[in-house]
Design a protein around this ligand. Sequence first.
Ligand code: SF4
Ligand code: FES
Length: 245
Amino acid sequence: MSGNNANRRLKFEIFRYNPQDPDSTPHMQNFEIDELPYMSLFMALNEIREKHDPSLQFDFACRSAICGSCGMMVNGKPSLGCRTQTSDLPELIRLHPLPVFKLVGDLSVDTGIWFREMAEKSEAWIHAKEAFDPAAQEDRMDDETAQKIYDSDRCIECGCCVASCGVANVSGEFAGPAGLNRMARFSMDPRDTRDDADWFELISNEHGVFGCIGMMACHDICPKELPLLEVYAYLRRKALTTALK
Ligand code: SF4
Ligand code: FES
């Protein structure tokens, strides 16, 4: 549980840049506000926008770590603004937008473009042989498989793992932690008819699981605590088993 630091004056250094404005240049802007009890970064940024600068851009929707829209670099670490308490941070708080994703302005990025491209490249949907029949009985699935799929499906596509990944930062082709998680999710699904050779082609290359250089920041960063290391182990094992057949 986050503590409550009384009487602190918080100093913010916030990245400012509006790519739509030809006169805008990237720079840091300083703000100061009084810390309030149980203040989240969402509350702090709203206070700055209301009292100091209404043009400050940042994204929030659910305010409860569900929508994935509030990822940002908080003192150099990808974090969800809505679940970061200022009391867990020093008085000086530096905020930057997440790298990798298209900058909308200031702290706001468009993660949707990246996630859509990744989903299209990996065809992240159930490949069924038969057309969907709404009148058919539900497919049954064993509990263990259902639990593994559920674990992967908890991803909120916040992009924090992608921003923390050294490879995703330099290669636009790498599937990234969230992309590999999506591949694992569909390859585990018994309703997906893609075979081992199809998965081998998708995951067994430098853009797939063998592009990961094992820094594992993604695993430490993920705010939903997805078992990303297990995901990579699963994909590597699947690739090697197919190769050795
Ligand atoms: Fe965010 Fe975790 Fe999903 Fe990455 S795997 S996008 S950090 S929820
Ligand atoms: Fe939805 Fe933070 S506002 S995850």
